[in-house]
Design a protein around this ligand. Structure first.
Ligand SMILES: CC(=O)N[C@H]1[C@H]([C@H](O)[C@H](O)CO)O[C@](O)(C(=O)O)C[C@@H]1O
Length: 309
């Protein structure tokens, strides 16, 4: 098991793709968005999580997005992480190879996602990806909708055999989950959902978040994350209001109307209104109307004034 400080931590803002009416990516807007995130002085920027619609890009688009992120971040001294995630293992390994040439702080991968992997297959896969990453640490992204969702114990077994994987991005759970995470994953950098980050820090488990709160407001999420170092109780109180806002106004779009997580993240971004990204997703995914964002902006400003900055 690894030990020591978390070298990657804090509030990581997600790239969201500006999608035009003809389904193309508007790269000049993407550049502007990256500059705004750099200006917000977030702890880091990552590409190609679910929110970046990694599952819906050509290889040429993948290369262009990552190069744009890497060039702008390197120039500004902003840490960045590239998501090489792809359900197909061969495509993903090729993305890892190309991502490694850009010098990111880490590379995110998922487990191949059609037929669920056994532990042995997962270990083989992650070790091959680490070899290809050429010394750049890997972060395993194991979301609640993965083909195989690993418990802390299962993760501990796999990570004991995969030294190149230094972090895991996953959904947290109740007090039992946190106790299991402490038992089985010491020294592993865990990234919890953004709106649970204060709890994750208070529990002594989270290193940071690839954050939906940063989708809403990169600056607000950063200020909240910084507060966790000086006044964790105040940060937990803010978290309770963030969770209430998510439960009442955001999650129902998924639970009642079937919108994807990426649709929810883009709605948050449009509510925050901080960059040139609309709520639109690429075909065939449906997106939530801008009118909803305008309506919810009023509520967010009332309920989350300390985040909506
Ligand atoms: C609620 C929340 O934080 N959602 C975030 C999720 C989860 O962190 C991850 O799925 C583990 O549950 O990751 C993203 O989808 C992503 O990387 O693009 C961003 C999104 O904002």
């Amino acid at each position: 098991m690894k030990s020591g400080e978390h070298t990657i931590s804090g509030n990581w803002a997600s790239l969201l793709l500006p999608i035009e009416a003809d389904d193309s990516i508007e790269f000049s807007k993407l550049g502007t968005e990256i500059d705004i995130l750099i200006d917000a002085k977030v702890d880091g920027i990552y590409s190609n999580g679910t929110a970046s619609e990694f599952h819906n890009q050509t290889e040429e688009e993948f290369d262009r997005i990552q190069l744009m992120l890497a060039e702008r971040c390197r120039k500004a001294g902003m840490p960045f992480i590239v998501g090489a995630c792809q359900p197909d293992p061969t495509i993903m390994l090729n993305r890892v190879r190309r991502a490694a040439t850009l010098g990111p702080a880490a590379i995110q991968v998922i487990l191949p996602d059609w037929w669920p992997l056994t532990d042995e297959e997962a270990i083989d896969y992650l070790n091959r990806a680490s070899g290809i990453a050429n010394g750049i640490p890997l972060i395993l992204y194991n979301p609640p909708h993965a083909k195989r969702v690993l418990s802390p114990k299962e993760l501990g077994t796999i990570l004991a055999e995969t030294p190149g994987v230094t972090g895991v991005k996953l959904a947290d759970g109740d007090a039992n989950w946190y106790a299991e995470a402490r038992d089985h994953l010491p020294g592993i950098s865990l990234f919890v959902p953004g709106h649970h980050l204060a709890t994750g820090i208070r529990e002594g488990v989270a290193a940071g978040a690839f954050s939906n709160v940063a989708c809403l407001s990169p600056r607000g999420a950063q200020r909240w994350t910084d507060l966790m170092q000086t006044d964790i109780d105040a940060a937990v109180e803010i978290e309770q209001r963030i969770c209430k806002f998510m439960d009442e106004h955001i999650v129902p779009f998924r639970q009642k109307s079937g919108y994807s997580n990426a649709a929810l993240d883009k709605l948050l971004c449009a509510i925050g209104n901080w960059g040139p990204v609309s709520t639109r997703l690429r075909f065939p995914y449906r997106w939530i109307g801008e009118d909803e964002a305008q309506r919810l902006r009023v509520t967010a400003k009332q309920e989350l004034g300390d985040i909506m900055i």
